[in-house]
Design a binder for this molecule. Structure first.
Ligand code: FE2
Length: 631
């Protein structure tokens, strides 16, 4: 089944944001030029796609369906497939030096061979999709902002083509020599134009990687993670797998599910090889850089010697993992264990916990009994426990029969956290603590406090809880919060960490990963203002609420800040390290990587990137030592 599992991050509504925007010209459709080194000077059209036009009154619609007819039958060979061309190197008007950007080689599409029956079935199903699903069920009703591609992938949320490794990037300032490795960041980057609803989380995974060594920015590259889904769709020349959030709601969602199953039954697609997009998280574990979304098992992506990215394939931990895994597994810095969850939206058990020892050996699953399937995007670990949120955003597939979204806010349910020993054999040792009306999409850290016998959890509490998925008139708030769970009394308390006067939406970020699960003083979090854009990041003193902001400046936005800690043996303190983050200048159309000293929050270096980097999701830093030990 296609899991209805939303991937990460937020995009919903920003009341000050224009309601619709023109989608960018799709440079990915340009016929790919022959492989060659070419010097580029022209700027992209990014700035032009920022112009928003006013939205007509009412709920619908800036829907812009792709004009071309639906067709599952592979078209006649067209030579090169739509190999995405690399985006051009864009610099400010005063920029002189240019970087030679190798053009992407033409990727031959391996067209799927269909027999007579399959061709007939494909044609009939295409006619059903175009004539009934699209024309009767979808187009007349328009799309809400949360699934309107013209909103969801507008501006710098729009996808880019791949960029093969570009070497010797220009640097302003000085990159601290201790930063040695690859900063890799995941994101959603739809390969095909949406044909119906599309949510930001639905896009195909693309990893952007920047290799830094000895104070030099050696290479930048971006590549699609070659998921089974992407490869099958590429072979057919169009999207075929349902989009978990953008398409699977209401009656049209049921019809699209039926189409999906029918196409699978005819052998047009094979969902048994995985349906995930691998677009949300990245973790380096036991020699493998893993790209993850919670609707599938991870994909192994290898960083090559020349700084490129190569998808090795779906990675089931040598046959040990048989179910999807969430995109936020937790690496324990003391033990090297990787702790993870898996949730199921259809059948029990709805939730499982497991972990991998440092050598990759998987533990037995612990089935966690839940009354209903629940969206659990993230969790936390302490030294001895895992902390599992069981909140009010749940899956009710029957809501689709009533025309609604299957992702709903269950106001009758009481939010709670479960605290389970990491090595528990079953869920009988789990202690549940109610935390009413709490919804944390992400949790930044947790630790045990002996004096009070409490587990302290640091997360961002989001209201309305379902606003990422369902349109709402309320403004979204994401409040950095300390939640205290007393596992002895079953009581909880919560408090906002920032003073009311300082309140800003803080989403996506991290603590010093060498201290994950232990008491930390600082968290580094994106300032998600104006939502869903990120205008800077903040270093927050979790005890005092002191907030130190690093702002990107007018018209400049970024995403998750990645904290690269100093080697523990040489570290002078918890905040001894550097923040890496991609920033995009919307007027100039340029993208950069900033290196900021976390101790004093001063900019150390700016690395100019050869092409536009869309706003994305989560990243990680893979050290030079780890790169050498890749599988
Ligand atoms: Fe996430």
């Amino acid at each position: 089944h296609p899991d209805l599992t939303p991937a990460p991050h937020a995009l919903s509504r920003n009341r000050t944001h224009a309601n619709s925007a023109q989608t960018p010209p799709d440079s990915r459709r340009d016929p790919p030029p022959p492989p060659q080194m070419q010097t580029l000077t022209a700027s992209t059209s990014v700035s032009s796609i920022q112009r928003h036009r006013p939205r007509p009154a009412g709920r619908s619609s800036s829907v812009s369906f792709t004009a071309r007819a639906v067709s599952s039958v592979p078209r006649a060979p067209s030579g090169a497939a739509r190999a995405p061309a690399p985006s051009q190197f864009v610099r400010g008007a005063d920029a002189k030096p240019l970087i030679a950007v190798p053009k992407a080689p033409a990727v031959e599409r391996q067209e799927k061979k269909l027999n007579f029956f399959q061709r007939a079935a494909a044609t009939a199903l295409d006619a059903f999709e175009e004539g009934f699903v699209a024309n009767v069920l979808e187009r007349p009703h328009g799309l809400s902002r949360t699934v309107d591609p013209a909103v969801q992938i507008a501006g710098n949320f729009a996808p880019v083509g791949e960029t093969p490794p570009v070497h010797a990037l220009p640097v302003t300032g000085r990159i601290p020599p201790f930063i040695n490795g690859v900063y890799a960041r995941n994101g959603a980057n739809p390969h095909f134009d949406p044909v119906a609803g599309h949510h930001l989380f639905d896009g195909d995974g693309m990893v952007h990687a920047l290799r830094i060594r000895n104070g030099v920015a050696e290479t930048y590259a971006s590549r699609f993670t070659e998921t089974e889904r992407l490869q099958q769709e590429r072979a057919l020349g169009r999207p075929m797998f349902p989009k978990a959030i953008g398409e699977l709601h209401g009656h049209s969602g049921i019809a699209r599910l039926a189409l999906f199953y029918a196409r699978a039954a005819c052998g047009l697609i094979d969902p048994s090889r995985g349906t995930g997009v691998a677009n949300a998280g990245l973790v380096y574990f036991n020699g493998h850089l893993l790209a993850m979304s919670e609707d599938d098992i991870p994909y192994h992506v290898r960083v090559t010697d020349d700084g490129d990215l190569q998808t090795v394939g779906r990675y089931d931990f040598d046959g040990q993992l048989e179910c999807p895994m969430i995109a936020h597994p937790k690496l324990d810095p003391a033990t090297g264990e990787l702790h993870a969850l898996s949730y199921d939206v259809i059948k029990k058990p709805y939730l499982k916990y497991f972990y991998f020892a440092a050598d990759g050996t998987k533990s037995a699953d612990v089935e966690i009994p839940l009354d209903q399937p629940t969206m659990i995007h993230d969790f936390a670990i302490t030294e001895n426990y895992v902390v599992v949120p069981d909140h009010q955003v749940v899956f009710k597939l029957q809501e689709m029969l009533r025309g609604g979204s299957p992702v709903v806010l269950d106001k009758e349910k009481t939010s709670r956290f479960g605290v389970l020993p990491k090595c528990a054999a079953d869920a009988s040792e789990m202690v549940w603590v109610d935390v009413p009306d709490c919804f944390c999409f992400h949790l930044w850290n947790a630790w045990e406090e002996e004096e009070t016998e409490e587990v302290v959890v640091i997360g961002s509490c989001m209201t309305p809880a379902d606003s990422i998925f369902n349109e709402s008139d309320e403004c979204l708030e994401s409040v950095l919060t300390e939640i205290r769970l007393n596992t002895r009394t079953g009581e909880s308390t919560r408090r906002p960490i920032l003073a009311l006067s300082e309140q800003v939406n803080l989403e996506v970020g991290m603590v010093n990963s060498n201290l994950l699960g232990r008491k930390t003083r600082y968290a580094y979090l994106a300032v998600a203002e104006p939502w869903p854009k990120v205008s800077g990041f903040a270093k927050v003193d979790l005890a005092t609420g002191e907030l130190t902001k690093f702002e990107y400046g007018e018209g400049r936005f970024g995403g998750e800040p990645c904290f690269v800690p100093m080697d523990p043996a040489a570290s002078r303190g918890e905040d001894d390290g550097y923040i890496l983050t991609f920033v995009h200048d919307e007027a100039a159309g340029t993208s950069e990587l900033l290196v900021v000293n976390a101790a004093d929050m001063r900019l150390e270096a700016t690395i100019q990137l050869p092409s536009r980097v869309p706003y994305g999701f989560h990243g990680t830093f893979v050290t030079g030592k780890e790169l050498e030990s890749q599988a």
